[in-house]
Ligand binder design. Structure first.
Ligand code: PEP
Length: 251
């Protein structure tokens, strides 16, 4: 077996409900490759309708962009895993760099959220990635492996194989500056080697490692042909059906 191919969109704070649903309809009504899992990461208030729209269509999933780490309580404005589960959500994007940067999420907190997802049979799409400063210092690999260790290091073999990893260099997110396929491959291979030694090689080979950061309809193919790049987490280009479809068909 090898890792599942995945193309996941992260809409961030974009799209009204109607615009979002028509984007999903355009994508799922197209001819999609049967071996690619397509995920729509919508704003919270779209999730219920989005899930109803896709139903149980094979290889289509809906993701929340975040969740709270506590089960319930006085956390005004927050959404719990149980709430997501109650409307059939199967994926949560956890630890996106924007959550880390603007909402102070630490590796430890992100690790708690990952565990909370797994305990509730929801697949976390765990995001990691270095800043430009760290990339330029040449310490990007050790930085990212340390993020992984801090957030995922305590998971069991059974748990880690249910995690999707998204490597997203912060300097590439929303900047139009994509990592080269070689840069992506270098760090994806390092992540897989790390998983292989922390858990085991067969588990590592089956974990999907996605690339994110200005991945678009033009460059997706060169990234996805790299052996350790199993797909993409797509921001801007997931907001346009035609572009997102081209990315889905880029393998
Ligand atoms: C993201 O935010 O997850 C992302 C990859 O954004 P973009 O594709 O717009 O760089």
């Amino acid at each position: 077996m090898s890792a599942k191919k995945i193309v996941a969109g992260n809409w961030k704070m974009n799209k009204t409900l109607n615009d979002g649903l028509s984007l999903i309809s355009s994508v799922i009504e197209s001819d999609l490759p049967s071996d690619v899992l397509v995920i729509f990461g919508t704003p919270y208030i779209h999730l219920n309708e989005a899930k109803k729209l896709v139903g149980n269509k094979p290889n289509i999933g809906i993701a929340a962009q975040n969740c709270h780490h506590e089960d319930k309580g006085a956390y005004t404005g927050e959404i719990s895993i149980e709430m997501l589960k109650s409307i059939g959500i199967e994926f949560v994007i956890v630890g996106h760099s924007e959550r880390r940067q603007y909402f102070g999420e630490t590796d430890q907190l992100v690790g708690i959220k990952v565990k909370k997802c797994l305990d509730n049979a929801i697949t976390p799409i765990y995001c990691c990635g270095e800043s430009l400063e760290i990339r330029e210092s040449g310490n990007h690999i050790s930085f990212v492996l340390n993020q992984l260790q801090e957030s995922l290091g305590d998971l069991s073999n059974d748990e880690i194989q249910k995690v999707v990893i998204a490597y997203e260099p912060i300097w590439a997110i929303g900047t139009g500056k994509t990592a080269s396929p070689e840069e992506a491959q270098e760090i994806h291979a390092a992540i897989r080697n790390h998983l292989s030694s922390s858990f085991n090689p067969s588990i590592a080979n089956n974990i999907s490692i996605l690339y994110g950061g200005s991945c678009n309809a033009k460059n997706a193919n060169t990234l996805f042909t790299k052996p350790d790049v199993d797909g993409g987490l797509i921001g801007g280009a997931s907001l346009i059906a035609e572009d997102f479809l081209k990315i889905i068909n880029s393998y």
